[in-house]
Design a protein around this ligand. Structure first.
Ligand code: TMP
Length: 216
């Protein structure tokens, strides 16, 4: 990679991975991080909810404690604010590539689509908390809810979200589709109802093709 010209402010790249539970995004995120580490000086891998000590505490509560949908929204945005301030913004200012396992599209998909929260309120919180920050590239791992459910059943005990029924996950999926329609320039849909090797090839192709992910 070429170093930035003297006097040019460092500017990183913010990449997010999204999809319903069981889409397989987390293992592809590891492969993407390894690929990027060979090409850029700094890669920061993080996740939401989480990524800071405070945000990880909030994650634990959101995933395990019973609460209503608006409380979920407020906790994930509180966690996001801390994560942005402590980790994401400083890393982008250093010029790092930040790879984040879920971000605000998940709130629109799960709390908006899945739980039926008012998306106009989510838009207000998004703008208040993020101050204009959006991912440069979002890889959306898309597959039918029934296929994802079968994959989840094979590997782990469910948390509060994973325990939801197939109809919930089809609404979450529709929530992602709606966000992808609103942000076509940053979303890349990856058909995840295929063998992992084919999905992985698409992930690396998207990273190589997208100016948000290439080394500068
Ligand atoms: P993970 O298991 O992929 O790390 O995601 C944790 C769970 O949190 C997942 O079921 C989706 C959910 N979630 C939301 O409901 N809203 C959000 O804003 C985020 C970031 C995650």
């Amino acid at each position: 990679m070429n170093p930035a010209a003297p006097g040019t402010p460092a500017r990183g790249r913010f990449l997010t991975f999204e999809g319903i539970d069981g889409a397989g995004k987390s293992s592809h995120l590891e492969a993407a991080a390894a690929w990027l580490r060979e090409r850029v000086p700094e890669v920061v891998v993080t996740r939401e909810p989480g990524g800071t000590p405070l945000a990880e505490l909030l994650r634990e509560a959101v995933l395990q404690r019973p609460m209503d949908a608006l409380t979920e929204v407020l906790l994930v945005f509180a966690a996001r604010r801390d994560h942005l301030q402590q980790v994401i913004e400083p890393a982008l200012a250093r010029g790092a590539v930040v790879l984040c396992d879920r971000f605000t599209d998940a709130t629109f998909a799960y709390q908006g689509g899945g739980r039926g929260c008012d998306t106009a309120q989510l838009v207000q919180l998004e703008s208040w908390v993020q101050q204009g920050r959006q991912p440069d590239l979002t890889l959306w791992f898309d597959l039918p809810a029934a296929v994802a459910a079968a994959r989840r059943a094979a590997v782990r005990a469910p948390d509060r979200f994973e325990a939801q029924d197939e109809a919930f996950f089809e609404r979450v999926r529709a929530g992602y589709a709606a966000r992808a329609g609103q942000w076509p320039q940053r979303f890349v849909r990856i058909d995840s109802d295929r063998p992992a090797v084919a999905v992985r090839a698409d992930v690396l192709e998207a990273l190589a093709a997208h100016p948000g992910a290439r080394s500068r």
